[in-house]
Design a protein around this ligand. Structure first.
Ligand code: GLY
Length: 327
């Protein structure tokens, strides 16, 4: 057995015991994403039903890099006022401010992020500028806004009438209760493998609706909301950011794959780390991941999570297996 075979055997033994321990009295079924689309590249994959984002990314892949593709894809929901979890039209915090988190990571291990950014429709593009134009990897709040404006991004109000109306209704009770699978379009995490087999990823969100002022979630944090290692693969997360931040699921998934786990096994284990240690019962977290060859894996805590994958064979929406089963 070669080095990879040994690592895989070792990983399988340790994973088996950890899943068994984690499962307690609840049976854990195998984690299998089963798209008709087979492992291949070029490929674009995104969390939730984001076919339009994938289309834009796919178009960008025809003469661009994976980084160009994920930026183009992420910009679609960012500009969509109907998507109330991302960018323009996103749900505000408790004080009525829309604040955005985003990051990008490329095949060279470069990373850029913005957190708590107000008034800029395309935080993913600002994150790319942070990566390419500054000596830093993350800018936050006022500094991020100033940088964006200096870079030529337009400052504008991102609170739509619809989001404002919902927020005003929410204020009547001010009950803070994160919703699972918000209208099937929570945070978008998007990853692409280009013609040169290079991988990049992006993640962008308005975060939890009615969060406290200053709250930052997992999406802009490398290793939490997104991680890319061009030798191995990439992973991204959606759902309750606090749970992802406590377990660094995207980094974990890529590292487990490096040790020999399949993409699906790695995603399942990342969910199980949350199940083991956190109060997860009313919360959702979902992961999607790819390896260098374009194998796909995904797993979530709650049923209802889906992802969108695009290759030369077309675009497909795939239902994800979950720890908690549907009724
Ligand atoms: N996953 C997005 C957030 O919690 O902000």
């Amino acid at each position: 057995m070669g080095r990879k075979g040994n690592r895989r055997k070792f990983f399988k033994q340790s994973l088996k015991s950890s899943l068994w321990l984690a499962a307690g009295t609840t049976a854990v079924s195998s984690c299998k994403a089963t798209p008709n689309i087979q492992a291949q590249y070029p490929m674009v994959i995104s969390t939730w039903d984001n076919a339009k984002a994938n289309e834009a990314a796919w178009k960008a892949l025809s003469d661009g890099t994976a980084l160009d593709a994920v930026e183009a894809g992420a910009r679609v929901p960012e500009a969509d006022p109907k998507d109330m979890s991302v960018g323009y039209g996103g749900r505000p915090d408790r004080d009525g401010h829309v604040t955005l988190d985003a990051c990008v990571m490329d095949h060279l291990g470069n990373y850029g992020a913005v957190t708590y950014l107000k008034n800029i429709m395309h935080p993913v593009s600002v994150a790319r500028r942070v990566m390419e134009e500054t000596p830093h990897v993350m800018l936050s709040g006022e500094g991020a806004l100033q940088f964006a404006v200096d870079q030529g991004f337009k400052s504008q109000n991102l609170l739509t009438e619809e989001a404002k109306k919902e927020w005003e209704e929410w204020k009547v009770t001010s009950k803070y209760e994160p919703k699972i699978n918000i209208e099937l379009h929570d945070t978008i995490g998007i990853m692409a493998i280009d013609h040169d087999q290079n991988i990049s990823g992006a993640c962008t969100t308005s975060g939890l609706g009615y969060k406290m002022a200053g709250r930052v979630g997992d999406s802009p944090v490398v290793g939490a909301g997104l991680f890319v290692d061009n030798e191995v693969g990439a992973a991204t997360a959606t759902g309750m950011g606090e749970l992802v931040l406590k377990t660094l699921g995207s980094f974990l998934i890529v590292e487990l794959m490096r040790q020999g786990a399949t993409v699906s096994e790695a995603c399942e284990e990342a969910v199980m780390r949350i199940i083991n240690k956190q109060d997860y019962k009313k919360l959702q977290v979902g992961f999607i991941a790819i390896d260098k060859q374009g194998q796909i894996g995904a797993y979530s805590i709650q049923p209802g999570f889906v992802y969108t994958v695009t290759t030369v064979s077309g675009t497909e929406l795939v239902k994800v297996n979950s720890y908690i089963k549907s009724e």
